[in-house]
Design a protein around this ligand. Sequence first.
Ligand code: ADP
Length: 425
Amino acid sequence: MAIYAVVAGSWIILSDVLLAGVVRGLGTFVQVQILKGWFYVAATSVLLYALIRKDTAALRESEARHRASLESMADALILVDSHGRIVEANKAVLTLFGLEAPGMPAELRRFIELLDLRHPDGSPIAWDALPSQRALRGETVREQELLSRHSNGALLHISATASPVATEAGRAPELAVVVLRDLTGLKRLERMRDEFLSTAAHELRTPITTIKGYAQLLDRWTPGGHEPREGKAFRILNRQSDRLTQLVQELLEVSRLQLGRLALRRQRFELGELVADVLERMQGVSSRHRLVLHQEGHVFVDADRERIEQVLVNLFDNAIKYSPEGGDIEARVEVREGSGVVSIRDPGMGIPKERQGQLFERFYRAHAGLESDRGGMGIGLHLCEQIVQRHGGRIWFESEVGKGSIFSFSLALAQQVGQEHEARV
Ligand code: ADP
């Protein structure tokens, strides 16, 4: 363009000087100037046309490249603007939901209705909770799980990842990029695994109970008592079958939970009494640890006593297991911010910061591969979380390597705590 400006400018000045010297008479000079003007306009138009054509071709080529990359993506990609319009959707979107291009709505609301988009528990999803809308508010959404329907009516499990796009830095996002991934196959496999675990655990229970029963019988039946060596063998047999029973029970519980077969039988009870019971029992597990209970006043809850007992056993068991040096394990039962809270503090090895994020995930073991690994299946804490959450409660922890951990959970208080309190005082 700069070259063009220099050439055109020089041409105008030089041609005028040249014409002034050559052409005689004003009329001829004006005519030649008009001709020169036409020629100039024509030459500029041709040049501009050539330039625009070149730019348009480059633009088309780059757009075609972008489109080809979008279309070749295995993941479904949708671009939504702040007015709720679908600006772009690649072919994988059509494939994922079994749609035809003409049937693809341009409005996000229509699209959501068509797909029957829901939360994983089947409840309808509010407009503001949609990954695209969250991204348009500036949030980056990672793998939000959703349920939807294929055009043939089949249920789809999908995960949505969404990010905001702002054309100018500092401005509100104008677009949201949403990437959808099909999790249906994965969920089916997970279900098969849980069904298998459930069946295997169920089948294992009978032989284990039989082994335990006979180990106890043999211990009692040996005429004239047994030799110390035999006694030790029977005790080990008993202890290990107890351990096996507990492992199988955990497997069974976790698979039941995943398959939605864990029902709660709520009843009203005093949390401190249950903690004291479990604490006394767990004291028998280790002589190197002193289990201590702190409680002020009664804390009545309306919960499944057996399940909460299971949570407590797991937490005490971990506190002992991950405090190999022994020491005091302190349990506290109190009312905090209107909820019943139990916390269990241990003086153990703690959990490395970078391994804390996934602690409640199924099969996750924070010390796997470390010298401090104590074995286990990584099921206990997941079970605890699921049980507490099903009660509408919360479970959390604080931990520092070398200093120990505090695991806490909260449960809603039972109604009329006052009356119960009065009755017992
Ligand atoms: P398991 O103990 O059978 O491996 P859990 O689900 O009970 O499974 O615990 C998951 C992981 O969390 C454990 O493997 C361990 O790394 C860590 N953990 C749990 N409780 C404690 C604790 N009190 N102190 C340190 N680490 C713990």
